[in-house]
Design a protein. Sequence first.
Length: 321
Amino acid sequence: MKSVKRYDSTIDKSLPVVAAVGMFDGVHQGHRVILGKVVQEAAKRDGKSLIITFRPHPLEVVRPEIAPYLLTDYDEKKTLFDRLRIDYLSVIAFDQEFARITAEQFVKDMLIDRVNLQAVVVGYDHGFGKNRVGRVDYLRRAGETYGFEVFVIDKIQTDGLLINSTRIRKELLKGNVALAGRMLGYPYTLSGVVVKGNGIGRSIGFPTANLRLTCDRKLVPKSGVYAVRALAENKNLSGVMNIGNRPTMTRDNDHGKLTLEVHLFQYQGNLYGEYMQVEILHRIRDEKRFDTSRNLAKQIKMDIASAERLIAVYEKDKDFI
């Protein structure tokens, strides 16, 4: 996949193009149906698939007070697009000027005048242009005017629930990471750099890698203890992750501070400064306070046993419990 700023000067105008436009936060199962259709229709025409997305999230510009935290940062999203065999990805810098572009201007200026557009694939609730007034009916009329096809993908569900980015965020904030994973089609992931902690975990026999996220807009699931898999130093590792405020072991200067700590099974190295991706598979329990470090250590041993069982089930079936 090629990332292009000016796709009009990169994509040969003689090549048919099938496009999709959207934020695609999470690149979830619903998005994948849309993107799969884009790739399929481009292949039918011996053409190219083009995805146009935005950075930052449009709501951060037009309604920052309600802008959501993100399911995928830019690098994560790019990796997911690449796996779906998208030919071209264009990321538009969304600002106040771009927010004023009408639906009519978007279709003509961003699509018709720039590429040999043959088809557009959208979700049933798609909206674009100023105030998102460019809905499916408008797009179909534009297709008749300019000679491109419009494919509309219907609702996609799992567990009887509608799949969309908003729903997935809600489930993560409730701690339902397994359900969120089924909606995404992959384990929800936190990515960042391992930084030095206060060493308390090591002092009770369970050293942790403390994760500092690379994206400050990334959504963090509900506080608690989770079974996880991690990728660091090109190694696939398993572990338990604590998201929260460490109520048992917090020092005065850390009070109220959210931490992301991962204890990796059978790992003896030093990850300080290393980039790490953590796949969150299943929630084990709430975060809670223990009277003594000994009782905390006893609970961590039980958490590890639970995590090992949950991870083994996931790795066997590649499914969420």
